[in-house]
Design a protein around this ligand. Structure first.
Ligand SMILES: N[C@@H](CCC(=O)N[C@@H](CS)C(=O)NCC(=O)O)C(=O)O
Length: 332
């Protein structure tokens, strides 16, 4: 494992887990906010902000999704790191398919971007990163907060009038995002990186109890918060879309596959087929990243072949109460 310590890149940090073998995710460090307010330090403006992401990462994927759904592609630029992460951390390898150079700071490794923002930083170097080209600093690197900012603060520069945090649903959306984080979004990591049987068992039990619960909820409603597509669905989607190809095998989350669930599987296909979503999913990057980047989990770095999923297969979810924001409905 590696991280920045007082601005220096260290590769001798080896704990993923605590003394009980439980995976512990560190706190995120850059927590400023873009606000649609004339007095705010960071205001929404087209061309001012930049995202650094990995297609592989479910947290970064949230920010790519909201950028795509709201039509923020022209307003917020993006660079894509190499899915393979070695001791140098996330790297820019523009020669590789689907990857870009660092078009803003010209760096070879993402850690240089963090060092530019804070020469004394002590933190993990993670994606996503929301970068401010004007102040040349990181605004925020916590996906849930970047997702919220892009959703609620950038309407003045967004091409589509899409609101995934609608009035009347907000409490529910916040509660669901919170509810699914520990057992599902982070739960797959808790299972995969567990350092003891007990820690693994607990993570897997909680994960599948939560999946079973949401499968039931989705029998009668199209989306997690009811009849509206919301940020909660974005947060669920980025875990579900990786599940059968990666978490099921690589992280040993194999009690059941998503494609065996009566409602989660059609729900996943429904979300995948929402205009703007499929183009944010790069399964080659996803598979390469996980299977090759965690030698503790998969020492030979072989990439598992299956399963052959059809995210574009038919589903009947549009018969349930609820529909997409009108701006996202395919033209008849
Ligand atoms: N809480 C953060 C987590 C981000 C995160 O852990 N990203 C992973 C990729 S999936 C990462 O960059 N890991 C690199 C590391 O931990 O060194 C968020 O939601 O944005």
């Amino acid at each position: 494992m590696n991280k920045l310590v007082d601005g220096e890149w260290r590769t001798d940090i080896d704990e993923y887990t605590n003394e009980d073998g439980e995976f512990e995710r560190g706190e995120t460090t850059f927590r400023d906010r873009v606000e649609d307010d004339p007095d705010a330090r960071f205001q929404p403006e087209a061309g001012r902000y930049h995202l650094y992401v990995s297609y592989a990462c479910p947290w970064a994927h949230r920010t790519l999704l909201i950028r795509s759904l709201k039509g923020l592609e022209d307003a917020i630029s993006v660079d894509i790191v190499d899915p393979y992460r070695d001791d140098g951390g996330w790297q820019f390898t523009p020669e590789k398919e689907g990857c870009t150079p660092d078009t803003v700071n010209g760096s070879d490794y993402l850690r240089e971007v963090y060092q530019e923002a804070d020469p004394d930083a002590t933190c993990r170097v993670t994606v996503p990163v929301l970068w401010d080209k004007r102040e040349e600093t990181i605004v925020n690197n916590e996906s849930e907060e970047v997702l919220r900012m892009l959703d609620t603060e950038f309407d003045s520069v967004a091409e589509r009038d899409v609101d995934l945090y609608p009035e009347g649903y907000r409490e529910e959306v916040d509660a669901i995002i919170d509810d699914i984080y520990d057992p599902i979004n982070n739960g797959v990591y808790r299972a995969g990186f567990a350092g003891s049987q007990d820690a693994y068992d607990e993570a897997v039990d909680e994960l599948f109890a939560a999946l079973d619960h949401w499968d039931e909820v989705l029998a009668d409603q199209r989306y997690l918060a009811g009849d509206r597509l919301t940020e909660a669905d974005i947060c669920m989607f980025t875990t579900l879309v990786r599940f059968d190809e990666v978490y099921h095998t690589h992280f040993k989350c194999n009690v059941k596959a998503i494609h065996e669930y009566d409602n989660l599987w059609p729900y996943l296909r429904d979300l995948y087929q929402t205009p703007g979503v499929a183009e944010t999913v790069n399964m080659d990057h996803i598979k390469e990243h996980y299977y090759t980047t965690h030698p503790d989990v998969n020492p030979k770095r072989l990439i598992a072949r299956g399963p052959d999923l059809h995210f574009d297969g038919e589903h009947d979810r549009d018969e349930l109460p609820g529909s997409l924001p009108t701006e996202l409905l395919p033209l008849a």
